[in-house]
Design a protein around this ligand. Structure first.
Ligand code: FAD
Length: 458
């Protein structure tokens, strides 16, 4: 890009201060949490955009994309940059489209659907929703920082998934609006099934500018930590509670020792050598839960009302992919995988993994509801990294014994395991981004020749 390009971008967004060239800021806004993966670290270190543009509206985005299309300039969308797979890291320079200033919650409809811009932080939406009697169905453990648009573009689930499934399930995303990367960029509304063309496509097939997100009635939550002598006893107890629909819960997480030893700020609740379960449970059921924990041989080490995201301790800060962060703080050789165990053979699968990899593969289990309504044992195991070959051995072995793996050590939509077999994300990219300028390199099955050929034969 040259100075003429920069001048043109400045004129397009009205306020020149929203076109940023400062190299430190450009670098900072080109990065995410890709360094969680030793494999991606090697691949992505040093990659960055050339300029940051901060739009305020879909119309401004149309102007920027029209200009970038005409001048073959890549554009990479960015929410809060908390993604783990280098999703928001530009591979070919160009514009980092920072959506953080489009942060307005437009409305929370009486039926519990929030209408908002993509830069709204999930924590803000949770807090505002609760004021109106609603709350998020599911959210990543990065809720305080992560944006709604980034969650749709690159996230999958988290706290609440045990009750409400993933973001992609149960029509949680009711509709969204995207701006396309065409000679004349359009604003297109995707509703119902059509949202799946855009969800989890890493910003490769359109810029999300407006979202209709279904919420759920707010619950008075409590948090609870239970300690068990053995992993087997903790897992049995957690599974019983997670799979029984009578319990109103938002989080059921099991950490085998030594994972709890990494949680330094809450060491007072972590007895040496024990397996822990972290729960978020309806306050009305807290006493009953504590009794159930004791009955199955556990001890409650901490419990109490959850006042919201300012809770201290905030247990969600240790769950989902925050667990990996605590492990890496203890020893930077730790990394992670994302797994789905078979609910019928999970104990045998875990036994085989332990036999094969010993303490290199530590069990961090997250119970989650799948699209068919069954609560299954998912996992974000903490694994000890030695070589890429050994990591791939672990992935291959998991798959061999029927454990699903969404590989977080690859930098494209397809490799991450969340790609849809019906190809709708690719088909949308062929229509909306024929030159392949949106987050280039991240949709491995896209080739711009096919898009151009498709256009010619239409
Ligand atoms: P970004 O990282 O900015 O972007 C993510 C992707 O979406 C990128 O490809 C980007 O190009 C694209 N994108 C952003 N905005 C738009 C837009 N408006 N239109 C189109 N594309 C867009 N994820 C989970 O799902 N569950 C978890 O529990 C979880 N825990 C985490 C814990 C830690 C400690 C960390 C570091 C990450 C975790 N993540 C988790 C990953 C990440 O935090 C979430 O997916 C989060 O929702 C991403 O939001 P963001 O605003 O930071 O997105």
């Amino acid at each position: 890009m040259d100075t003429n390009h920069i001048e043109a971008l400045r004129s397009l967004v009205g306020d020149p201060a929203r076109v940023i060239l400062n190299p430190q800021i450009v670098e900072q806004l080109s990065r995410d949490f890709y360094w969680y993966s030793p494999v991606l670290r090697k691949l992505l270190d040093g990659k960055m955009g050339e300029v940051v543009v901060q739009p305020l509206s879909a119309v401004e985005i149309q102007g920027v994309l029209r200009f970038c299309y005409a001048n073959n300039i890549p554009v990479t969308a960015r929410g809060a940059g908390t993604g783990n797979y280098g999703q928001a890291i530009p591979l070919e320079g160009g514009v980092v489209l920072d959506l953080s200033r489009m942060d307005r919650i437009e409305e929370i409809l009486p039926e519990g659907v929030a209408i908002c811009q993509p830069g709204v932080r999930l924590g803000e939406l949770e807090n505002e929703g609760r004021k109106a009697g609603w709350e998020l169905r599911c959210y990543p453990s990065t809720i305080i920082k992560a944006s709604v648009g980034g969650f749709l573009g690159g996230g999958s689930g988290g706290i609440g998934t045990v009750a409400h499934g993933y973001l992609r399930d149960y029509q949680t995303v009711r509709a969204l609006e995207v701006v396309t990367m065409e000679p004349e960029p359009r604003i297109v509304l995707h509703q119902g099934e059509a949202v799946h063309e855009i969800l989890h496509a890493w910003g490769t097939n359109g810029i999300i500018t407006k979202i209709w997100l279904a919420l759920t009635p707010a619950v008075n939550w409590s948090q609870c930590i239970a300690a068990f002598d053995t992993f087997a006893a903790a897992f049995d107890s957690a599974e019983k509670i997670a799979t029984d629909s009578g319990w109103i819960k938002r989080l059921v997480t099991v950490f085998e020792w030594p994972i709890p030893s990494f949680f330094t700020p809450i060491r007072q609740f972590v007895p040496e050598g024990k397996t822990l379960i972290f729960f978020m449970i309806a306050s009305a059921q807290l006493a009953e839960l504590e009794a159930a924990v004791r009955e199955s041989g556990g001890t409650v080490t901490q419990s109490g009302e959850y006042p919201g995201l300012n809770a201290r301790p905030l247990l969600s800060d240790y769950t989902w992919n925050h667990t990996t962060l605590w492990a890496m703080r203890s020893d930077e050789a730790y990394t992670y995988l994302q797994c789905g165990f078979d609910p019928d053979t999970v104990r045998e699968q875990m036994r085989q993994l332990r036999e094969r990899f010993g303490q290199e593969f530590l069990f961090h289990m997250e119970f989650m509801k799948n699209g068919e309504g069954r609560v299954i044992p998912g996992a974000i195991p903490v694994v000890y990294y030695t070589t890429e070959e050994r990591l791939n051995d672990m992935i291959d072995f998991c798959r061999e014994i029927g454990v699903f793996v969404a590989n977080p050590h690859v930098n494209n939509v397809e490799g991450g395991g969340r790609y849809r077999a019906d190809n709708v994300q690719l088909l949308a990219k062929l229509r909306y981004d024929p030159k392949g300028l949106l987050n280039p390199g991240k949709m491995a099955t896209f080739h711009s020749e096919s898009a151009t050929a498709g256009a010619k034969t239409k």
